[in-house]
Design a protein around this ligand. Structure first.
Ligand code: HC1
Ligand code: SF4
Length: 562
């Protein structure tokens, strides 16, 4: 603890790890392009440079706070320096801003405005590099890369993958996969975290919005939407609403207005997943085989196991993800000629996740050899569609989902946050539904944003040992322990993105700690507001087992061997 003087004002610091954090705490929003508190400090962009009382300039992200420091954040010299940095970055950057998908959200563009850069005096001498569109989930445009290294550190440090790295030196320096491979040829798991960290349009979501508009415009097509749990707590923030507020009713309303024939909530099929996965866990416990059971709803994690721990592929739950289950059920319902009305059905899945685009085209999740989920768009793409249409989202009256699959439980809603799948499974396994019992489950250690949580809960005559993980670098730590016999779990829940789907690779970017907390709280609040908490008490799910699913549970709800 100590004090420093920032622009003439005395400011106290406590445990801030660098001068930049103290400056920001003092209410001065110093610009940065390469600083993120969750990855290591790189100090490459130099935009956070400040000056001290001896005229020394230094990057504030890379300097520890010291008692008695005197800092100037906006001296004339610093201002000119910062503006020059932005100008130089723009000089080596593609400047098709008006047509860039990141326009309006690009941090470089924002800084150019903020620094008053209205002219770039230098010529772009970098050669045009090819765009990598090999991935089903993301597009990499090296011409928009500013070499901040944010994607490299996110992929390496948070996801433990290292699909991207720096190559060459000086003016030839570039970020690319090793050996100049295409991103789809690497161990990339499609999580989109590189896109979340990228400040410019160098890594963006592979968009499928046009396909949705085409389907909506086709009178011979019935367009059915399913909306993932985490989407509802991220859309509102794009329209000036309170961060983390659950806006599922408005999403249903806006989709109806756009022309979707039916709108469903993926929480319904999250309930189905809970039913199937709980059964599978109990069955493996009985057999004492293929334990720990590894959850299968996160496609990036599933690919990670296939690529990095192939010897554990048999441990992955055979359950399709809620996305996969829902699409299969919808397609099955409309396979019956009495329901089709002569129309073709197109299922549009609206997800917080870029990897869901890959999951949809994974053949082992098809039914009768056909893709069930026709189009996946992310939350960010939904927001673009709403803006494109011109509907005033914040003033829309909420609407309910449709029948016959329009209801989910609170257990399904909390899937979108790390620990939610486990909590929903534990709710399913408890024979009672009294509030006290459900509160005890919530407090047993399943909640909280730590990357690795261990819980032990009594079940009948045994103790269930469960590990809950978010972030694939954390998953690697846990899998290494399992592999080395240092850990012994019955169930491991993994979501590839830190904190779970609320921070998925398709969510609106630039979410600070307050937004992350608000999205988490938003999902728990949505759960609090639901009458049904347990997946096994969802009447629509129960009637499905007696009807459409009869004799088809495995075909529609489980993946084939891959
Ligand atoms: Fe998720 Fe899931 S919770 S994977 O994070 O199991 O994407 O929200 O839809 O499928 O339900 C994502 C979220 C989502 C699935 C569910
Ligand atoms: Fe790495 Fe995920 Fe980006 Fe692939 S999508 S490069 S795994 S951060």
């Amino acid at each position: 603890m100590g004090y420093m003087t920032i622009d003439g004002r005395k400011v106290e610091f406590t445990d801030e790890k660098n001068v930049l954090s103290v400056i920001r705490k003092a209410g001065i929003s110093l610009p940065t392009l390469c600083y993120h508190s969750e990855v290591s400090t790189f100090g490459a962009c130099r935009l956070c440079t400040v000056e001290d009382d001896r005229g020394r300039t230094f990057a504030s992200c890379s300097e520890e706070p010291r008692d008695g420091m005197v800092i100037y954040t906006n001296s004339g010299r610093i201002k000119k320096y910062r503006k020059l940095i932005v100008e130089l970055l723009l000089a080596a950057h593609c400047r098709d801003c008006t047509t860039c998908v990141k326009s309006g959200e690009c941090i470089l563009q924002e800084l150019a405005h903020r620094m008053g850069v209205v002219d770039v005096r230098f010529k772009n001498t970098r050669e045009i590099r090819p765009i990598d569109d090999s991935s089903p989930s993301i597009i990499r445009d090296p011409n928009k890369c500013i070499l901040c290294g944010d994607c490299v550190r996110a992929c390496e440090e948070i996801q433990g993958i290292g699909a991207l790295g720096f190559a060459f030196r000086g003016t030839d320096a570039t970020v690319m996969p090793a050996f100049n491979k295409k991103i789809a040829e690497t161990d990339c798991v499609n999580c989109g975290q590189c896109r979340v960290y990228c400040p410019t349009g160098a890594i963006t979501i592979r968009t499928h919005v046009d396909e949705v508009w085409d389907a909506l415009a086709d009178p011979d097509v019935r367009v059915v939407a399913q909306v993932a749990p985490a989407v509802r707590v991220a859309v509102g923030e794009a329209f000036g609403m309170k961060k983390g507020m659950s806006v599922m009713g408005k999403i249903a309303a806006v989709l109806h207005r756009m022309g979707f024939d039916e709108v469903y909530d993926t929480t319904f099929s999250a309930d189905l997943t809970v039913m199937e996965e709980s059964e599978e866990l109990l069955e493996r416990l009985r057999r004492k085989e293929d334990l720990p059971l590894l959850t299968s709803c996160c496609p990036a994690w599933v690919k990670f196991v296939h690529d990095q721990y192939p010897e554990y592929v048999h441990n992955i739950s055979t359950c399709r993800s809620p996305q996969g289950m829902f699409s299969a059920v919808i397609k099955e319902y409309y396979r019956d000629p009495r329901n089709t009305g002569g129309k073709k059905t197109v299922v549009v899945s609206i997800m917080p996740c870029t990897a869901k685009k890959m999951e949809a085209v994974r053949p082992n999740s098809f039914t009768k050899g056909k893709q069930d989920t026709d189009i996946v768009i992310t939350t960010t793409e939904l927001i673009r569609m709403i803006r494109n249409y011109g509907i005033e989202f914040s003033t829309l009256d909420p609407e309910a989902c449709d029948m016959p699959f329009g209801m989910g439980s609170g257990g399904g809603v909390i899937f979108g946050v790390t620990g939610g799948v486990t909590e929903a499974v534990l709710r399913r396994l408890t024979p009672v539904h009294e509030k006290a019992a459900l509160d005890a489950i919530a407090e047993c250690g399943v909640r909280g944003d730590e990357g690795i949580k261990e819980v032990t809960v009594p079940y009948e005559d045994m103790e269930l040992k469960i590990c809950i993980v978010s972030g694939l670098a954390n998953a690697r730590k846990v899998m290494e322990k399992v592999k080395n016999g240092e850990a012994d779990y019955h169930l491991i829940e993994v979501m590839a993105c830190r904190r779970g789907c609320i921070m998925g690779g398709g969510q609106p970017t630039r979410a600070g700690d307050r937004t992350k907390e608000a999205r988490t709280k938003g999902l728990y609040n949505a759960d609090n507001n639901m009458i049904l908490k347990k997946s096994d008490e969802n009447p629509l799910v129960l009637s499905l087992y007696d009807g459409l699913l009869k004799g088809k549970t495995h075909e529609l709800l489980h993946n084939k061997e891959s």
